[in-house]
Design a protein around this ligand. Structure first.
Ligand code: FAD
Length: 434
């Protein structure tokens, strides 16, 4: 008899299992593919690895006075990438074992809220954590395309690629491939790429993408694809695009089928499993976390929800609070935002930040949002390493800090983080360098 059975070993599932194990609960985790889930194996980690590779090469290519000859052996690089990922996932597996979690390899099937079948074994449990993640959306008539798994596993850089979908995954991979020498076209149905993200931030990325020679087509739908050597992509305005490869990144849907979910008769929220603020579903003792339980589909949201579910399973009353949730797009420049816009906002340009200039970077902005009382409500940053800067603002939102506090805090020089400080200085005066 287990205290908890966790279905799926992605960031949501493995984190919940480790947290429960750390508190001496008897836990089983079931994984049908790889420990680490989509994020560690086919998503966050490999996509950031190829972005790092592309950025490193492009950095020197664009540096005035530098000329380089380089050659990327993608087969060797892929071997390195998988060895790096295997170190990470192997570490997670060691942790699971160290905390006494039983690992079952196979597809779990929910018989009822207290019984999950895996292979020929039925595990009995008090609590159940569903962390089955998500998969890419596919569309009828759009064939011969790659999805995230295939594009991140390519053994060569394609000479040309059409990316269907200009959300964060398409934009991140498109920019990386363009820097590695592909001729990249991105087709987005909405009027702008990165729909849902503040245009005040997105416009900096659009400018950079145009510098990198990326062809962005917006407001157009892809009707079909056909392969004849190259792949031809037909758009709704009659345009035909041809490329060596086509990547589909038009969104992801939660994994809710094929594992007996229907036996629980859970309340749903559209395609997602509905949960309350404790991450419990409509059935007592059954929790759902991560991508399967709602937007945003992000790994750090899955980690966070794993903590909340684990707390509640251990009898600690814990509720989600997403107010300070950070969002990051690993574009160029990186975009990161958190919280909400307040009544007021500050702005400081990347072009006035010394450290950014040493990196030959001058595109972007540091915007801090605050309310009438001067309390930080959020921020939007488009800047080098914005992904590393946003946590300062999430902490400020979480702690109810005054925007002034950020401006008055000594930040090390020269750093990109000074852009955040100088932006906040505008609340009570003027930034030093603008
Ligand atoms: P998953 O990671 O999808 O894990 C679910 C696991 O459950 C899988 O391993 C699956 O095999 C297993 N499973 C499913 N059904 C069963 C079953 N019946 N029995 C046994 N096992 C089962 N997020 C970020 O925060 N930052 C990023 O930079 C980022 N980059 C991304 C880049 C790409 C290309 C992609 C595709 C995604 C990216 N994401 C990123 C999103 C991130 O990967 C997901 O939000 C995260 O993986 C969700 O974790 P999860 O545990 O909910 O699900």
């Amino acid at each position: 008899m287990y205290d908890a059975v966790v279905l799926g070993a992605g960031p949501g599932g493995y984190a919940a299992a480790i947290r429960l194990g750390q508190r001496k609960k008897k836990v089983a985790i079931i994984e049908k593919d790889k420990i680490g889930g989509e994020c560690l194996n086919y998503g966050c980690i490999p996509s950031k690895a190829i972005i790092e590779l592309a950025n490193s090469i492009n950095y020197l290519k664009e540096m005035p006075g530098v000329s380089i000859n380089y050659n990327v052996d993608m087969k060797k690089w892929q071997e390195w990438k998988w060895s790096m990922i295997n170190k990470l996932t192997g570490g997670v597996e060691l942790l699971l074992k160290a905390y006494g979690v039983d690992i079952f390899r196979g597809t779990g099937y929910i018989q009822d809220k207290n019984h999950v079948k895996v292979n020929d074994k039925v595990l009995e449990t008090d609590s159940l954590v569903i962390a089955t993640g998500s998969k890419p959306v596919s569309i009828n008539g759009i064939n011969d395309v790659m999805y995230n798994r295939e594009v991140l596993d390519l053994d060569h850089i394609p000479s040309s690629i059409v990316i269907i979908g200009g959300g964060y995954i398409g934009v991140e991979i498109g920019i990386a491939l363009a820097k590695l020498g592909s001729k990249v076209t991105i087709v987005e149905m909405m009027p702008s790429i990165l729909p849902g993200t503040d245009n005040e931030l997105v416009r900096h990325v659009v400018r950079r993408m145009s510098q990198l020679g990326i062809n962005v087509i917006t407001g157009r739908k892809v009707l079909s694809t056909a392969k004849n050597g190259e792949v031809t992509v037909k758009l709704d305005d009659g345009q035909e695009l041809r490329a060596e490869k086509v990547l589909m990144t038009v969104g992801r849907i939660p994994n809710t089928e094929g594992f007996g979910l229907e036996n629980l008769k859970l309340a749903m929220d559209g395609r997602f499993i509905k949960t309350d603020s404790r991450k419990m579903t409509s059935v007592k003792g059954v929790y759902a976390i991560g991508d399967v339980s709602g937007q945003p589909m992000l790994a750090h949201k899955a980690y966070y929800e794993a903590d909340i579910a684990a707390d509640n399973i251990c009898g600690i009353d814990s509720e989600v609070d997403y107010r300070a949730m950070p969002y990051v797009i690993y574009s160029d420049p990186e975009i990161a935002y958190t919280g909400v816009k307040g009544a007021k906002s500050t702005r400081f340009p990347v072009a006035a930040n010394g450290r950014s200039l040493t990196m030959n970077e001058n595109i972007g902005t540091f915007n801090i949002y605050y309310d009438e009382k001067g309390i930080v409500t959020g921020a939007g940053i488009a800047a080098p390493h914005a992904s590393e800067l946003i946590s300062e603002i999430s902490l400020a939102v979480e702690s109810g800090l005054m925007a002034m506090d950020i401006g008055l805090t000594i930040h090390p020089h020269p750093t990109v983080s000074e852009g955040v400080k100088e932006s906040a200085e505008e609340v009570y005066g003027k930034p030093l360098h603008f």
